[in-house]
Each structure stands twice: as structure tokens, then as C-alpha cells.
Design a protein around this ligand. Structure first.
Ligand code: PLP
Length: 366
């Protein structure tokens, strides 16, 4: 492996773009609102420790999925508060309290287990997500019980939006409903807890409901859940591979497993060093996916295999062994967005990022 990792398949990660995207989120919600940077799932495949390091200044607090991720982040020397977004298992409660990590709880009963936690709890309210949290109608009563416990501190109160990028009508109504609930909570429960609701699509589409803190995930990594906002973000990850073989096939040759594609004319085929084991989804097979080589778009031929993929390079005037291939990101004046790859694969950008394989070396720049 050479120093840049440019061997077979690697991901170049642009720290300056990360900071640009974090600053854009901050601008959208205003300077008074705290930015929680979501770095769960290895920072959406970008490398949790490196991403948190790059966002030390921009982020006030970090969000992770579970205790294991929180411990790894703390061990890296990050001094920020860490909020665990998902529920804790019973045996995880003691270490969460000992390390002052902020758990998300869904009831008074659950909250009691975190008595003495110096950082406090995040009280999650279900206002339509149906995943975690106390049902909105019971939230006030549960919070009043929590506030009577002297050893229990409330760090924050939150809810989550299930359709911020799909259903503006529902989201508007949900936000107005939650806003009314927050007014009631503030009236009955004085204190300096923080209220937070917005994920990336919320930050980009509903910034006036930022409350005290927002939880930015996908947008930090340069992919917008709202297509109109993509132009304001900078892509952070460029996924690259190389041309490992060039072959000239006559008409009538089948390509790859399943023989799902047959050449209809003489075709110059490049075999490239990426497959589904690297996170280039097999579901991209025969779906019109393209890659960039020498600044041009080249169609994927037949099925994506575990380690190798075939592409049509007939339209390129020049191509050579070892040429860089961009699976997503920019090359020259062309750019393939993760959202485009996700759509062709029948999935979402979040799943593409988190599916980038462990053998793909992450290379940091900027
Ligand atoms: C993962 C997560 C986020 C981040 O969502 P994005 O759409 O990636 O910004 C925000 N809030 C919660 C509770 C999450 O679990």
C-alpha cells in the first residue's frame, strides 16, 4: 500500500468540506443554537475519530448510537459532551453514568436508572416517529415526576421527525404540535435544559424550529436529503478505485455472473477494482449506474461482483491500466452524487455511506 492508499479501492475524505457543511448548518439555524454533530456508525463511514477531530470547533456536542461508540469517542480524547441517541441496555446503564455520557430515555421509570449521572438525561418524546420516546400525551406528567427527583438532571428534551424529507404537511403539523407541547413544558418545568428536534432535512427545510440545539448527520457529509439544497453543500467523501484490466470484446459476449448483459457491438471493457464487498452495491447491477474515468461517465455492465466491476469505456479516447475511477464524488468537471448512486441502487444515501466496507482505506485531506 503506498502512502496515499491508492491501491485498489479507497475513500478520500475532505476535512475542509466537513467544516464547510457544519458552518452552513450553523448559519441556517443561527449562532444561538448548538450544533450536535452526529458521528454514529463510524461517522456514516467517514471515520468517527477523524471526523470528530475535524469538527472540534464547529460542534458543541457529539451524537452516537450506543455506549460502545461513545466510549471509543471519549477514549480518543474528545472533551465534548456525548449524547447517546438510542436506548441503553440494562447492563449499559452503570458505565453510562460513571462516564457522564448522556442517555436517551423514554419514561420516568427508565430515567430513574440514571440518577446521579452528572451530565443528565435526554428525555425523548414520540410525536410521530414511533421508535423511541414517551408518547407526547404522557410527556408532561413523566417530566414532572423526573423533575421531583433530586438526583436526576435533565440535559435535554427531544423528538424526531419521520418524514422531514418526504411529507412537508405532516412535518409542519408535527412541529407546530411539538412547539405547543414545549411551551407547556417550559411553563411547568423551569430549568436550563435544551430542546432539540431537527435532523438534516429539518435543518435545511424547517430551520425556524431549531429550538436550542439541532442534530446534523447526513448534511455534514455533504449529501442533502432535499435535492434543492445539494448545491449549498460540499461532498466530503470521494470513493475511488482503479482500472485493473482492459479488454476488447466483440459483439455477442456476455459479461459477469448471471450473463445478464451481452455486448451488442465491439466494446472496450475496463475491469475496475471495486465490488460489493467494498460497499458498491450489487443492486446497482443493470440499473444504469455510471462511474467516472478520465472525467467521462462510463456505464456499469452486468452484475457488480464481490471485488470487481466491469464498465464500458468505449467512448473514452484514452484509458490506461491504473487509471483512477470515481464511484461517487468529483472528477474533473463531472460529479456523481451519493444520492444518484443510492437512487439507482434502490436505497438511500445513509445506507450507501454506512455500507462502505472496512477494507476501503480512508485517506484524509485538507
Ligand atoms: C441519526 C440521527 C440523526 C441524524 O439524521 P440525519 O438525517 O443523518 O441528519 C438525528 N437524530 C437522531 C435521533 C438520529 O438517530
Amino acid at each position: 500500500m503506498n502512502s496515499l492508499g491508492k491501491e485498489r479501492c479507497w475513500a478520500e475524505i475532505d476535512r475542509a468540506a466537513l467544516r464547510h457543511n457544519a458552518r452552513l448548518a450553523q448559519e441556517r439555524v443561527g449562532p444561538e443554537v448548538e450544533l450536535l454533530a452526529v458521528v454514529k456508525a463510524n461517522a456514516y463511514g467517514h471515520g468517527m475519530i477523524e471526523v470528530a477531530g475535524a469538527l472540534r470547533e464547529e460542534a458543541k456536542i457529539f451524537g452516537v448510537a450506543n455506549l460502545h461508540e461513545a466510549e471509543e469517542l471519549r477514549a480518543s480524547g474528545i472533551p465534548h459532551p456525548i449524547l447517546i441517541l438510542g436506548p441503553a441496555l440494562p447492563e449499559e446503564r452503570a458505565p453510562i453514568n460513571q462516564q457522564g455520557l448522556i442517555p436517551s430515555v423514554s419514561s420516568f421509570e427508565e430515567a430513574r436508572r440514571f440518577a446521579g449521572n452528572r451530565s443528565g438525561i435526554n428525555f425523548a418524546i414520540d410525536s410521530g416517529m414511533g421508535r423511541i420516546g414517551c408518547w407526547q400525551g404522557d410527556a408532561l406528567a413523566e417530566l414532572e415526576k423526573i423533575s421531583r427527583e433530586p438526583e436526576l438532571k435533565i440535559h435535554s428534551i427531544s423528538t424526531h421527525l419521520p418524514v422531514a424529507d418526504e411529507d412537508t404537511g405532516f412535518t409542519r403539523e408535527q412541529l407546530a404540535r411539538f412547539d405547543a407541547l414545549v411551551r407547556q413544558i417550559h411553563a411547568r418545568l423551569p430549568g436550563n435544559y435544551k430542546v432539540h428536534v431537527l435532523l438534516s432535512a429539518g435543518i435545511l427545510g424547517f430551520a425556524r424550529y431549531a429550538f436550542d440545539m439541532v442534530r446534523a448527520g447526513l448534511l455534514l457529509y455533504g449529501s442533502s436529503p432535499l435535492p434543492d439544497e445539494q448545491k449549498f453543500l460540499r461532498s466530503v467523501m470521494t470513493l475511488k478505485a482503479r482500472v485493473v484490466l482492459l479488454r476488447d470484446l466483440p459483439a455477442g459476449r456476455s459479461v459477469s455472473y448471471g450473463r445478464t448483459f451481452t455486448t451488442s457491438r465491439a466494446t472496450r471493457v475496463a475491469t475496475i477494482s471495486v465490488g460489493y464487498a467494498d460497499g458498491y452495491p450489487r443492486s446497482l447491477s443493470n440499473r444504469g449506474a455510471e462511474v467516472l474515468i478520465r472525467g467521462g461517465r462510463c456505464p456499469v455492465l452486468g452484475r457488480v461482483t464481490m471485488d470487481l466491476t466491469m464498465v464500458d469505456v468505449s467512448a473514452l479516447s484514452q484509458v490506461a491500466l491504473g487509471d483512477e475511477v470515481v464511484l461517487f464524488g468529483r472528477q474533473g468537471t463531472e460529479e456523481i452524487f451519493v444520492a444518484e448512486v443510492a437512487e439507482r441502487a434502490g436505497t438511500i444515501a445513509w445506507e450507501i455511506f454506512t455500507g462502505i466496507g472496512s477494507r476501503v482505506r480512508r485517506v484524509y485531506m485538507g
